[in-house]
Design a protein around this ligand. Structure first.
Ligand code: ADE
Length: 228
């Protein structure tokens, strides 16, 4: 296995690059890719920056230029379910691009010519990641929705839930990585720690969570994953 690890922001990957052994850095397309060994696993860490295009670009480069065989996206998300609380962890079983709508040409949310509205994460990778996360916090498994919007108004999350009732978490990258990995045949998994409730307090909660605890989650979960 050669594992690509993507996060949007530095805080979501804090400590991982420092934990890498015999690492070297390569700069490509406005991003720094750090390759090396993470607890005996061959890995490449990179920050995608925010949004679906940024995440898709990063995933494609990881596969095509850095020859990773598996991808994990780790970061924070807003809660999309009343039973999913700040500090809980959501591991994606499948992912949807909630802002994709090519109707009436294709059904709402369907990604043209894939015939899919949801991309399933890799079972084995997801199981291993969820097991690693259980040592760190309360883990939920289910649907993660991604879009090029920070969900920071109650009305937004209410409308999203009306359209897609089974959403557990909302973020801005996972489903883009999922589509790239689906198209390239690369097993992937997405794990998100809940930083906010995707409501009117979301921006403040998000900032506070990212500054204080987000980094610890990523480090602990990836360490447990690699050592498993
Ligand atoms: N990432 C963390 N919180 C989020 C939110 N409320 N909306 C979109 N992405 C997020």
């Amino acid at each position: 296995m050669r594992l690509g690890i993507i996060s949007a922001l530095a805080e979501e990957q804090h400590g991982l690059i420092e934990a890498m052994e015999s690492s070297y850095k390569r700069f490509h397309g406005m991003r720094e890719y750090t390759a090396g060994k993470l607890w005996e696993i061959d890995a490449v860490c990179v920050l995608s920056r925010i949004g679906k295009v940024a995440a898709a670009m990063t995933a494609a480069i990881l596969v095509e230029k850095f020859e990773v065989t598996h991808i994990i996206f780790t970061g924070v998300a807003g809660s999309g379910d009343k039973n999913v609380h700040v500090g809980d962890i959501v591991v994606a079983e499948d992912l949807i691009q909630h802002d994709f709508d090519a109707s009436p040409l294709f059904p709402r949310f369907e990604i043209p010519l894939t015939g899919l509205t949801r991309f399933a994460s890799d079972r084995a990778l997801t199981e291993r990641l969820a097991a690693a996360a259980e040592k760190t916090g309360r883990v939920h498994r289910g649907l993660i929705a991604s879009g090029d919007q920070f969900i920071g108004k109650r009305q937004q999350i209410v409308a999203l839930k009306e359209a897609i009732p089974d959403i557990l978490a909302v973020e801005m990258e996972g489903a883009a990585v999922a589509q790239v990995c689906f198209e390239l045949g690369i097993p992937f998994a997405v794990i998100r720690t809940i930083s906010d409730n995707a409501n009117d307090d979301a921006a403040v909660d998000f900032m506070r969570f990212v500054k204080t605890v987000a980094s610890r989650y990523a480090y602990d979960i990836i360490e447990n994953f690699c050592k498993a």
